[in-house]
Design a protein around this ligand. Structure first.
Ligand code: C5P
Length: 312
């Protein structure tokens, strides 16, 4: 059993992500689909501050409206802290304060970033000294995107999206995000894809095949070539997401008309990610989208995964 140690505070930060490529294979018996995806971590962060406490609690603040978030034991950050305590035999609790910047239910892995940063912060606060491999294994138990929020950078995900291998990536990519005022349920978007595939089973071959990441994507990432990556962006969840939220299609067109190299639904949506050639174009597109009364943010990628910012 690990006894509580003397730290008073630990602050960890983890990034949101964009899936620059996402191919969905068959639904498995565990309720998850087999995936082939390329993740890029981007410069929009969740900050988790952890303080010693006898039990487990979480509160939220940040640049976005967090009133809809649950703060009971079903919250992923609490689950992460409890899981680490259980696995390491730590007997205390933690008070978590999370500053949210990644859109909620936006398809950018904000909840997964909370869980990843919580693992890192609690490990430091409690002095449980888990290895990186141990943290990755706990992350995979918490959700398909949590291992990537730990690793960050650019990576290929297979299995549920949780089996990661690093991808070679050069330079920095510039993105403009169009943030929706609503969230979307990831399981609902996957179900919409399944329904569509069942209905059109004869016309669709890929769902039965093992999904793989296109070589064009890997080449574009390796070359750091935004124009090449724009050509290769792909997301199987885009069509079902647009089916559930048709207004997004118009915004995708708008962004492309306003100068984006290409736009894509991020993960299961509804956040839209527009790839642009450089920082100046990002600013121009952000201004243009804002003038159309859309909430637009500029981010770059790849950035690092969950890491400790401060402790005392
Ligand atoms: O792992 P996570 O909790 O983020 O996944 C949320 C939901 O998204 C799953 O319960 C499942 O319905 C769907 N999902 C899936 N296949 C994946 C990843 C997620 O069907 N590979």
């Amino acid at each position: 059993m690990t006894e509580p140690v003397g730290l008073h505070f630990a602050h960890a930060r983890a990034p949101g992500k964009i899936n620059v490529f996402l191919k969905v294979g068959q639904l498995q018996s565990d309720g998850y689909h087999e995936l082939a995806t390329a993740f890029q971590a981007v410069s929009l962060y969740e900050d988790v501050r952890a303080y010693p406490a006898a039990d487990f609690s979480v509160s939220f603040s940040g640049s976005i409206d967090t009133t809809a978030l649950v703060t009971d034991g079903s919250n992923l950050a609490i689950k992460a802290a409890r899981l680490l305590a259980k696995k390491t035999g730590y007997r205390g609790g933690v008070r978590l304060e999370i500053e949210k910047n990644v859109p909620i239910a936006g398809g950018m892995g904000g909840g997964s970033a909370d869980a990843a940063a919580t693992l890192v912060a609690c490990d430091a606060l409690w002095g449980t000294a888990a290895s990186r491999d141990e943290l990755v294994s706990l992350a995979a138990q918490l959700g398909a995107d949590v291992p990537f929020a730990l690793s960050g950078g650019t990576a290929i995900g297979t299995g549920r999206g949780d089996q990661l291998s690093p991808a070679l990536a050069k330079g920095r990519f510039h993105w403009v995000l169009a943030i929706a005022e609503f969230g979307m349920s990831t399981p609902e978007v996957y179900s919409a894809l399944d329904r569509h595939r069942e209905k059109h089973a004869q016309d669709i071959y890929p769902a039965t095949l093992q999904p793989v990441v296109d070589t064009e994507v890997l080449q574009a990432l390796r070359a750091g070539d935004a124009r090449q990556l724009a050509e290769a962006l792909h997301n199987d969840l885009q069509a079902p997401a647009l089916g559930l939220a048709p207004g997004l299609g118009r915004i995708l067109e708008l962004g492309e008309q306003m100068g984006a190299l290409a736009g894509i639904v991020s993960g299961s949506g509804p956040t839209l990610a527009f790839l642009v050639p450089d920082a100046d174009s990002a600013l121009e597109l952000q201004v243009a989208l804002s003038a159309s009364r859309l909430t637009a943010l500029r981010v770059t990628g790849p950035v690092h995964g969950a890491r400790l910012v401060q402790e005392w």
